[in-house]
Design a protein around this ligand. Structure first.
Ligand code: NAP
Ligand code: MG
Length: 451
């Protein structure tokens, strides 16, 4: 039995040993899920809804415990970790309404009636990254279960602990054996096997663009369904007519939240030239006022990076540019990088083009609305973005002009489970969350009945 040790990124101390599954074990879990599918899909809608609500209630009773695990395992702040555990509960509650509302249509035809059905796929795999272990698990698992699928989950190697606990809570809530299975292990072993195993009918993947492309290529062999939530290099566009103090106060949290390890991080700030100097002064105040502390301290607003490797990658980006100013960071153990602001010199720089996935933001001025849209769109990514302006017409024009799936005006609002979420261009494929998510875990069947 192979195990590895999960590390607390704020202290570098071991947290727990976790068993990593082999290919054979993965196969056995997938087969067990497949065996559980006929009974699970046959559970009447009202009963499946009740089970999901009970699962949500059990998660709710363990929010504090789950948050505590995430603070230790992922270095998340208490505020974030508590929100994340609550998000799993909310997502389960929201999609618990779906089994009774998985509507088909009745379509007018000659000589009979035509009806459609949304039927579950079978075994669905969810591959979760380390940056938001709980929410991303919930976003895949909840609508997939609601639609009548059995779900196998591979958490990230670095952050498996909350997923393992949520799997136990599902059993406690009464989900039948094999309906939800958490399988910790390597991406190259468990994750790859999800792609190649013929009984897995869909892979919902969140992570790097590189691995996402590999998964999409692999899924092609079996025409396996896949959705991809990948990287981002999102723009925070600040016009001179915005409430600059509010925009500058919000900007650090739009990129440094979760130490910048967020696919939605607004890691490019575009500021209208006439407001550039004033905005930077306000931004400096806000960044230097951030509380970057060991997340075990409930006052912490930003924790460490997830691993030494991730810290080194991020530091590599910082080392090749001139830093304008930084916020604080603790000395001593932990994978710390302070909140860092870089005044970019050109749109060709790596810091402007590549997803850093750390607490580093690059700033550039723009001249006018058309320039702002063109600069925002000058990227292979298209996940999120923010627009700060006092002019509602301009806000709408720019929001419609930016090629990204999730935009916020005068805010950096977090992802909401009841609105659709996903990327344009290389930020992803398909959508998660929102009212339509269960349909993405079904096939639509059309049946014609002659009179
Ligand atoms: P990653 O390698 O894409 O990992 C994401 C998940 O995929 C993990 O569970 C991983 O397992 C698994 N995986 C890895 N290789 C796989 C394969 N060949 N087949 C199937 N599954 C596989 O991401 P990462 O290396 O952790 O992070 C690298 C970069 O990805 C980050 O710096 C960031 O730029 C980006 N990223 C984006 C998001 C996002 O939300 N869009 C999230 C995380 C990372 P292991 O844990 O075993 O590797
Ligand atoms: Mg990787």
């Amino acid at each position: 039995m192979t195990t590895y040790t999960v590390i607390n990124p704020a202290t570098e101390k071991p947290v727990e040993d976790v068993h990593e599954a082999t290919v054979e074990e993965t196969d056995a879990y997938v087969e067990r899920a497949h065996a559980a599918f006929p009974a699970w899909r046959a559970v009447p809608p009202g009963e499946r809804a009740a089970l999901l609500r009970r699962f949500a209630a059990v998660v709710d009773a363990h929010v504090e415990e789950l948050a505590e695990i995430e603070v230790r395992n992922a270095g998340h702040t208490w505020g974030n970790a508590t929100w994340e555990a609550g998000n799993v509960r909310d997502c389960l509650n929201y999609y618990s309404a779906a089994p009774e509302r998985l509507f088909g249509r009745q379509i007018p035809v000659a000589g009979g009636i035509d009806v459609t059905f949304h039927e579950p796929l079978g075994v669905v795999a969810v591959i979760v990254p380390w940056n938001f272990p709980m929410p991303i698990l919930g976003w895949g698992m909840a609508p997939a279960l609601a639609a009548g699928n059995c779900v196998v989950v591979k958490p990230a190697e670095l952050t498996p602990l909350t997923a393992i606990r949520i799997g136990e809570l599902a059993r406690e809530a009464g989900l039948p054996d094999g309906v939800l299975t958490i399988i910790p292990g390597k991406g190259s072993v468990v994750g790859e096997r999800f792609v190649t195993h013929a009984l897995v009918r869909k892979v919902a993947f969140t992570g790097s663009t590189e691995v996402g492309k590999r998964i999409m290529r692999g899924c092609a062999d079996q025409v396996k369904r896949c959705t991809l939530e990948l990287g981002g290099k999102s723009a925070n566009v600040v016009f001179a007519d915005a409430d600059l103090r509010a925009a500058a106060g919000a900007a650090p949290y739009a990129v440094f939240d979760n130490a910048g390890q967020d696919c939605c991080a607004r890691s490019r700030i575009l500021v209208e030239r006439s407001a550039y100097d004033e905005f930077l002064g306000l931004l400096q105040e806000a960044v230097q006022g951030m509380r970057v502390l060991d997340p075990a301290d409930r006052a912490s607003e930003m924790g460490p990076l997830i691993s030494a490797q991730q810290r080194d990658v991020v530091q590599g980006y910082v080392d090749e540019v001139e830093v304008a100013f930084t916020g604080p960071a603790p000395d001593g153990p932990g994978y710390w990088v302070p909140p860092t602001v870089v005044l970019a010199e050109s749109t060709e720089q790596r810091i402007w083009r590549e997803e850093v996935f750390g607490p580093v933001v690059a700033v550039l001025p723009f001249d006018d609305e058309a320039d702002a849209i063109a600069m925002a769109n000058d990227t292979e990514y298209g996940l999120s973005g923010s627009i700060f302006t006092g002019d509602v017409g301009k806000a709408l024009r720019v929001a419609r002009g930016i090629e990204a799936g999730n935009l916020s005006v005068n805010s950096n609002s977090a992802v909401r489970y009841w609105t659709p979420f996903g990327g344009y261009k290389q930020s992803g494929l398909g959508r998660e969350l929102g009212p339509d998510a269960p349909n993405a875990f079904t096939e639509e069947k059309n049946v014609f009945i002659a009179h």
